[in-house]
Design a protein around this ligand. Structure first.
Ligand SMILES: [Zn+2]
Length: 204
């Protein structure tokens, strides 16, 4: 393929000697390039300052040095590695969930983190439900429904949290709990919802 492309580049016919074409371009042959790649990889494996060293560091950072011993089965190796990666991911995720450094009122996941404790997929995500319902449920859980508590963040200047009052009842901050449990304007819908969920609105 490379020779064919070279002949097109040089403007000669396919009958031209491959050896001559190689001589004209002074290129290494495909075979030589392949050998070079194999040896390059060997060098990386042997060179502690690069790939090999970084992999050893990774084993150490993950506290799984014991997996570097020879004789460990493939199943056990990947089982431990996957489990460890999940634990590390979950720790990082949990730290982000509770990180309030960028907002005086706490991050917008204040509600979400009250009930979400692990990095497991939600039932509503794994079960087939209509797309618009999944979207609304996700917005509710992630704190991005257009309630005053959310829209007040984006006015200029932002409205203080305690002043992001419900425009319907003027009784309280319009946050997700107010929307779901307390606001009178949704009483009828809420009655139906709690009835279908076989809960009393007073059970919360
Ligand atoms: Zn209200």
């Amino acid at each position: 393929m490379e020779i064919k492309a070279s002949k097109i580049f040089l403007g000669v016919t396919k009958l031209t000697s491959n050896t001559a074409v190689q001589g004209n371009l002074g290129w290494l042959s495909c075979h030589a390039k392949q050998r070079l790649e194999v040896l390059r990889f060997f060098y990386k494996l042997e060179n502690r300052r690069s790939w090999n060293f970084n992999v050893i560091k990774l084993f150490r950072n993950m506290s799984v040095e014991h997996l570097m011993q020879p004789g460990i089965s493939k199943e056990l190796f990947f089982k431990v590695i996957k489990s460890k990666l999940r634990i590390l991911d979950e720790q990082l995720w949990f730290t982000k969930l509770w990180n309030d450094n960028s907002n005086v009122n706490g991050n917008k996941l204040r509600l979400y983190r009250r009930y979400k404790k692990d990095l497991q997929p939600e039932h509503y995500v794994t079960n087939a439900i209509p797309r618009h319902l999944r979207s609304n449920l996700c917005k509710f859980r992630c704190g991005t429904l257009p309630l005053s508590v959310e829209t007040g963040r984006y006015t200029k200047p932002p409205i203080p949290l305690e002043e992001r009052i419900c425009p319907f009842c003027n009784n309280a901050v319009e946050d997700e709990i107010h929307f779901l449990i307390n606001c009178d304007i949704y009483s009828d819908s809420r009655f139906n919802l709690f009835h279908r969920a076989k809960l009393s609105p007073l059970d919360h």
